[in-house]
Design a binder for this molecule. Structure first.
Ligand code: FES
Length: 359
């Protein structure tokens, strides 16, 4: 048995053609793409049963009546409902009572009006199958010939064949036209080299509170809190390193040692890069670089609001949800003689979107 036999096996033997919704085996064999026609028309219950039609009529009228009540109700509410604020039960805060009543009345009115119209059309309006024939998309030969002759006449009238200097200069101008669009690409440069791999963090660089500029101490960060930090040298950054600023922002959290997950080596590295569990992670999402800042203190999950990438800080910043492709980099930190948190070094891997690593 061939594939064709299997495809047509369910069809009846030839009974004299198609076009009424029934294809036969022979018809399919002759022309596999022929028009199967419309399926047989199925009358609705309301076409067959006058009682059902009457019922549908009453339902439509009832919906229109509800709409009338809603419209009148909206005018009554507008006039008599006071402009006081009431609490909703949906967590949306308070709403104006007058607005709420007006909105509900108008909402029901339009809903009922639309529902009535749809129900009317589906149950009672004339139900016939219509075929709309499409005309041929191609122009007839006369129109085609006319268009060609008009085009040729236009070419002749322009004199483009007669004046080669104009023709060549026009073609050159058209070739040059797209060049500005390509030229603008130079704004993407200069090539970043390895500048994307470095931030302002360096050995001994203090972590400071971005609002007060005060150095962050171990005691400032307790379990469950989230602190933001910048490098202390932020304000002395030379102009050419200005783009390193945003990349340097870090989040500081404190995790109990028993909360750490992963392999022993990973837990050791994460703990060694912290000060009594105070850890600093890059604030730049490794997806496309939004600032991550939504910290779930019970689970130690950090959420990026842009596309919901979620990082588990207790598991070396690993991605547990969302489109980010790699962990949130951790900044190795220690403490200086004054009890201030300082960086041990720069990040050991590039921060930000994964494409920074490519190449
Ligand atoms: S930038 Fe963070 S999830 Fe897309």
């Amino acid at each position: 048995m061939t594939d064709r036999d299997m495809e047509t096996d369910h069809l009846p033997e030839n009974t004299g053609g198609s076009g009424n919704g029934t294809l036969t085996k022979d018809a399919v064999a002759d022309d596999p793409f022929q028009d199967p026609g419309l399926p047989a028309h199925r009358p609705r219950v309301t076409d067959l049963d006058p009682k059902a039609a009457k019922r549908a009529e009453r339902q439509v009228a009832l919906l229109f009546l509800i709409s009338i009540v809603g419209i009148i109700g909206s005018m009554v509410c507008y006039t008599f409902v006071p402009n006081t604020r009431v609490h909703t039960f949906t967590g949306l805060g308070t709403v104006n009572m007058n607005n709420l009543a007006l909105g509900l009345c108008l909402g029901f009115a339009f809903l009922a009006l639309g529902g009535g119209a749809i129900h009317w059309a589906r149950t009672l309006m004339t139900d016939v199958d219509l075929v709309q024939e499409r005309h041929l998309m191609k122009s007839d030969p006369e129109s085609t010939a006319f268009a060609v002759s008009e085009f040729k006449q236009g070419v002749a009238d322009s004199g483009i064949t007669k004046y080669p200097l104009i023709r060549r200069s026009l073609l050159t101008a058209m070739l040059v036209l797209p060049l500005p669009a390509i030229w603008l690409l130079r704004d993407l440069g200069p090539l970043p080299g390895d500048s994307l791999r470095h931030t302002l963090w360096a050995p001994g660089e203090k972590l400071v509170n971005p609002n007060t500029g005060q150095p962050l101490k171990v005691s400032d960060v307790t379990v469950g809190t989230l602190a933001l930090a910048n490098p202390a040298s932020l304000n002395d950054v030379p102009e050419e390193r200005i783009d390193n600023l945003a990349k340097s922002a870090v989040l500081v959290v404190r995790l109990p040692q028993e909360a750490l997950k992963g392999s022993e080596a990973q837990k050791k590295k994460q703990w060694d890069w912290s000060v009594d569990g105070v850890m600093a992670f890059s604030k730049i999402c490794t997806h496309v670089g939004c600032p991550v800042a939504l910290y779930e203190q019970q689970t130690h999950h950090m959420l990026c609001p842009c596309h919901q990438s979620t990082f588990d800080l207790s598991d070396d910043g690993k991605v547990i949800f969302g489109p980010a492709a790699r962990s949130l980099p951790q900044l190795p930190i220690t403490v200086d003689a004054d009890g201030n948190l300082v960086a041990v070094s720069d990040f050991r891997e590039p921060v930000g979107p994964s494409f920074w690593e490519r190449g």
